[in-house]
Design a protein around this ligand. Sequence first.
Ligand code: AMP
Length: 403
Amino acid sequence: MTILVKIADLDLSGKTVLIREDYNVPLKDGAVADDTRIRASLPTIKQLLEAGSKIILVSHLGRPVAGQYDEAFSLAPIAKCLSELLGRDVPLIKDWLNGIDMSDKDIVLCENVRFETGETKNDEALSRKMGQLCQVYINDAFATAHRAQASTHGVAKYAAIAAAGPLLIAELKALTKALRDAKKPLVAIVGGAKVSTKLTILETLSDKVDQLIVGGGIANTFLKAAGHNIGNSLFEADLVEVAANLIEQAKIKGCDIPLPVDVVCGKAFDENTPAITKLLSDIEDDDLILDVGPETSQQLNNILTNANTIVWNGPLGVFEFEQFSAGTKNLADAIANSDAYSIAGGGDTIAAISKFGVISDISYISTGGGAFLEFLEGKKLPAIEILEEAARSWAAMEKAREY
Ligand code: AMP
């Protein structure tokens, strides 16, 4: 298990603490449209306020141009929301890098960290300045953990202590439980448009899971590799051989990659195109496979009923079009009804989960799109790596202090 410094390890009373939050939330008409992420950060903030810490909150919002203030990306709506939720004023500080005047139990929110030149480039000077603002740095923003930026990575080198926040730890625990310490049978579902964007995920998972269910355009490339006619469906010609190899290799490793046996086709990629359910052997040259069929769904249900752990990323079809959404809906329902520990993540997957109303029935929904996918790929996330390094130095220092 990853060694990290946690809040519980530290005496934070009277300390200045800089927390890297994930307040990259949707806005509508200049106000916060969904405050889930902001609410999730409150318990830690309240705990630190009670401990008498001075709290500096830092986050990005969207993708503004570096070095330029742009009201459209201001954190003003977030400061307002935080003030309402905490029942006290949380001022938004525009010029914060060179020092913030604070008293005990003060809390401030810094303006969008991506307005600062060098944030996305993990600039050393900027990182040092951030590190010097505080006595303790806490990273609680899992969704940005795959990016080495000044506020997620560099700052941890310059702050006296760098710790992992509870939201980040919860996310790591859930992902580790689903992948590294999974209770078998472990079933992964990887759907979506293209094999090329998920090739490493498919390779990594085929090493770990008992069954790897492929869906969407990805399944089309696999069907082609298995010698089926897929008509005019989306697939990647240059990856057919790679898919064939994956099927072969997976078999050797004891991983089954079941392919669809029936599909739902249309004649055009259009939300009004009529849907026709077909066996694979009946596919015509002008057919587009846009969903899995009912027989395939039944097979998937049987697999998922026996699973003890389920990892899901990517839809099984074009679920945005009603007539091609049944396969993905069935999958969402089957996961929701299963007793297995289930984890899902990625933008489209979360959209499907909320469309089909099963949010509360999935064991864990990862907040990190890119970070979730890179974790599935087996990659080390830079923001976690630097916290691990900081934890090793901290532990050595603590040990030295004991003598
Ligand atoms: P991804 O971003 O790779 O997870 O892909 C998600 C997108 O893949 C969704 O917008 C789906 O509509 C699309 N998709 C799923 N199945 C198919 C398919 N059979 N043909 C074309 N697009 C698909």
